[in-house]
Design a protein around this ligand. Structure first.
Ligand code: SAM
Length: 204
């Protein structure tokens, strides 16, 4: 690992950003279609595209991130969109909220602790009957070193790795997918993203 993926790393990451995603993650859109809006937590919300989209759909949303710079951008974007989101600056690897949410969602958040430990930790915050949606970078079985523009190896997972965290007596597995998609239009700016997508629901 070349970075610690700690607060300093992420503040620098967000300070440097000149372009920010405005469209919500397509798997969030797909996986919440047909759900009744309730309370939602976006864990590692970055510049807020997903949290803002959920608020626009009627969810009562908390967006949490370790980076103050990311949350500053997110809050500005929410104001422009005319939606209310509660923004919380927190290191989610040690955060212990008393709240529980109907939906906990996370997209590509990779903290300094092992990726699967992070997912296990945030799963505690799902209310009975609520869901956890995880969108992570898919582990490339052939590669052990990441190159420029690729996700760091230690942040990658498979859908099977993730579903193995959830025992069947407490969780129902609704979705477990591994998919590729192209972003950034066509030509030199296009990029293929390979994702692991898992949605589980906590049994009552
Ligand atoms: C690759 S970005 C993804 C941001 C956003 N979810 C998206 O899909 O565009 C990873 C995010 O996780 C956040 N993050 C990393 N470690 C964290 C931690 N320990 N606690 C809270 N947020 C963290 C970073 O600040 C960053 O915003």
């Amino acid at each position: 690992m070349t970075h610690a993926f700690d607060k300093e790393y992420w503040e620098h990451h967000w300070d440097d950003r000149t372009s920010r995603t405005v469209a919500a993650n397509p798997y969030l859109v797909q996986e919440t279609a047909g759900s009744m809006p309730g309370t939602a937590l976006d864990a590692g919300c970055g510049a807020g595209a997903e949290a803002i989209w959920l608020a626009e759909q009627g969810w009562r949303v908390t967006g949490a991130d370790i980076s103050a710079a990311a949350l500053d951008t997110a809050a500005k974007q929410a104001r422009s969109a005319g939606v209310d989101v509660t923004w919380i600056e927190a290191d989610l690897t040690t955060w212990n909220p008393t709240d529980r949410w109907d939906l906990v969602t996370t997209h590509y958040a990779h903290p300094s602790i092992p990726q699967l430990d992070f997912y296990r930790h945030i799963a505690q915050w799902v209310a009975p009957g609520g869901s956890l949606l995880i969108v992570g970078h898919l582990h490339d079985r052939g590669h052990h070193h990441s190159h420029d523009g690729e996700p760091p190896h230690e942040a990658t997972v498979t859908a099977t790795d993730i579903t193995a965290l959830f025992d069947a007596s407490s969780w129902r597995i609704d979705t477990a997918l591994e998919r590729s998609r192209t972003v950034g239009g066509t030509g030199v700016h296009s990029k293929t993203l390979r994702d692991a997508v898992v949605r589980v629901t906590r049994r009552n």
